[in-house]
Design a protein around this ligand. Structure first.
Ligand code: F6R
Length: 632
């Protein structure tokens, strides 16, 4: 999840308006400064590297980029620059190096491109561009090279469109290149000698800012809100050319009109994208995060996944045991995944709290895979477990969100979850992306070992493909969850129950609620209620249940009924169309098979958020907690 910005105009006046110095009207910000400031505002989307490309009438194209945070970037002074683009990166393809920083250029340095998202077919395209000189490991770099071909009239389509002219137009070139890209992306392209920025959106957000004599484009309005509040949200498939004070938008090659909206948020809400808290923003980012997690990795037709990970020959075939080590929410993601590894990969799988993990006697290190699940890649307890596994001689593997984190340097292999930065202390979108990544890994291992038939793998991959859309449908029901949170907010305690894949979701639901609302919340395997916890159940202790596919819904409902008999209100996440009429509140989960409990979890996240919000808790920074726990 990277941040991109483009600006066309003559620079802006900082502080213009009521507070401005009467004579000077405030400081003048050059084009490069406007873009640099926009990047600072977008840094929450990624901070692995930053870069700009500025275009001047006589100076041509100037590119500056480097690894590291936005403030470390020196933006070159280009006095005649009239427009430019910028990028702040959250690495997905290739490590956070200077060479992998955006913008990327074509062979001759006439065209520069910034990109958010993933070009899934970049390897195929790169093979077709074998006579081009590539300088990075990124998927993005194919785009400027494809534009170069289009602009030099090398492709048949561009020659036909130009009536055979050698030179083509940047807008037409972007439209043609877009047809060749697969995946989700938002791109901005500039070209020497062209006074516009051409942008395209498919699957990744892009919004235009419309000033009187200047235009902006960015991943998020936060980037330019201090300059204009009039915005147009581009739709998937839109291509637009922006120039000072003018915006031309096209869909399927035809001009279209898109609504201009006025943003009314206050400045301090802007960095949270209009949400009150990062946590709620991140809950709502889950469809985008999941799309990135899955992008280019699912081969549904072949019933296989490409996670770009490798193991020594024969290692997976001889595998005796998988041991997942993790803490907190990541531990619950591991609990979800363990069932998938056993079912799809046919390998005994245990999940251990990292601080409790020891390799133990009676095991075979060279036939054991230890999988560390950690969003930050820096959790001391998890790193300690990895070190103990390494010392025992086991093969180690990480599933993490953070390129370059300590865990990635200490394990034998890594799969990145690509969820983008998570700022709220309570993990939300990273849980979803962890489970999705681990599910893909379980299919990959199962296929490699011959334990999972292609047809069965296809079913799982189709469920995964439906995940972002299903999560969006749940997010659209937020008002109903808020209402339930208002009704039950003052309860004495909250119990969360489920079976099978519903258990880790129940445990995670309880953790989310307790950490941000400070209410007593506990998760149980539903069958365990009657073995003790039922003594705590009263009319003042709502029970929240996962009653979906993958969660043995009918049996779970029996346990919920036992709680209802003792007067407890029951709220349930149910597969759409199933009938559990006796629930006090039913939240519907779209039919996506094995990932339904994961989708149900989004209801529990929203419930926790709204209970805590009703109580005025400091949701993004709950007391006593830290985002990254680097002490044992
Ligand atoms: C809870 C939460 C924590 C983390 C745990 C592990 O919302 O965020 O429980 O999951 O501290 O952190 P990582 O995944 O960074 O190792």
């Amino acid at each position: 999840m990277c941040g991109i910005i483009g600006y066309v105009g003559a620079g802006v006046t900082r502080g213009a308006g009521e507070d401005a110095d009467e004579e000077t009207g405030g400081d003048r910000l050059a084009v490069g400064d406007v873009i640099h400031q926009g990047l600072r505002n977008l840094e929450y989307r990624g901070y692995d590297s930053a870069g700009v490309a500025l275009v001047g009438e006589t100076s041509g194209l100037t590119v500056a980029k480097r690894s590291g945070e936005v403030d470390g970037l020196t933006v070159p002074e280009v006095p005649d620059a009239a427009h430019g683009i910028g990028h702040t990166r959250w690495s997905t393809h290739g490590p956070p190096t200077d060479a992998n920083a955006h913008p990327h250029t074509d062979c001759v340095g006439d065209v520069a491109v910034v990109h958010n998202g993933i070009v899934e077919n970049h390897e195929t395209l790169k093979a077709e561009l074998s006579d081009h000189a590539f300088t990075s490991d990124t998927d993005t770099e194919v785009i400027p090279h494809l534009l170069e071909e289009e602009l030099s009239g090398e492709t048949e389509a561009s020659a036909a469109d130009d009536g055979g002219d050698a030179e083509s137009d940047l807008l037409a070139a972007v439209q043609r290149v877009e047809d060749r890209l697969e995946g989700s992306y938002a791109i901005c392209a500039v070209r020497e000698g062209d006074d516009r920025i051409v942008v395209a959106r498919r699957g990744s957000p892009l919004v235009l800012g419309r000033g009187e004599d200047a235009s902006f484009v960015a991943s998020d309005v936060t980037a330019f809100l201090e300059h204009t509040r009039d915005v147009t949200y581009l739709e998937d498939g839109d291509v637009a050319a922006i120039a000072p004070g003018s915006v031309d938008i096209f869909a399927d090659g035809e001009p279209v009109e898109r609504e201009i909206e006025t943003v009314t948020w206050e400045a301090n809400a802007a960095e949270k994208g209009g949400y009150d808290h990062y946590m709620r923003k991140e809950i709502h980012e889950q469809p985008e995060a999941l799309r990135q997690t899955l992008a280019g990795r699912l081969d549904v037709d072949a019933g296989d996944v490409d996670l770009d990970v490798s193991f020594p020959p024969g290692f997976l075939a001889d595998l005796e045991e998988i041991r997942i080590v993790a803490c907190g929410t990541s531990y619950y993601a591991g609990r979800y995944a363990a069932r998938l590894f056993e079912e799809y990969a046919g390998v005994r799988t245990t999940v251990e709290i990292a601080s409790e993990y020891e390799f133990g006697a009676g095991r075979t290190p060279d036939r054991t895979l230890v999988v560390a699940v950690t969003q930050s890649g820096e959790t001391a307890d998890t790193l300690g477990a990895v070190r103990r596994a390494n010392a025992a001689g086991a093969r180690t593997f990480a599933v993490t969100n953070t390129l370059g984190s300590t865990v990635t340097r200490e394990v034998d292999g890594t799969a990145f979850i690509r969820a983008g930065p998570e700022i709220g202390v309570a993990a939300t979108k990273t849980f979803a992306s962890q489970v999705a990544t681990l599910a893909m890994l379980s299919v990959a291992v199962g296929r490699d070992r011959g334990a999972l038939a292609a047809a069965d793998a296809r079913t799982v991959l189709e469920d995964l493909r439906g995940l972002p859309g299903a999560v969006q449908q749940v997010l659209d029901e937020e008002a109903a969850v808020r209402e339930a949170a208002r009704e039950y907010r003052d309860s004495e305690a909250f119990f969360f129950v489920g079976r099978a894949l519903g258990v880790p979701v129940a445990l995670e639901g309880a953790l989310k609620l307790k950490e941000i609302s400070y209410d007593h919340a506990e998760g149980f395997a539903a069958g365990e209620l009657k073995h003790g916890p039922l003594a705590l159940v009263t009319p003042d202790t709502p029970v929240l249940a996962v009653l979906t596919e993958g969660g043995r819904a009918r049996e779970t409902m029996n346990n919920v009924t036992e709680a209802q008999t003792r007067g407890a209100p029951a709220l349930g996440c149910v597969t759409a169309g199933s009938e559990f009429d006796t629930l006090d509140v039913a939240f519907e989960v779209p039919d996506v098979g094995v990932v339904e409990p994961l989708v149900a979890n989004v209801y529990l996240q929203l419930f926790a958020y709204h209970v805590a919000n009703e109580k005025g808790r400091p949701i993004d920074k709950p007391r006593n907690l830290a985002k990254s726990v680097t002490v044992e």
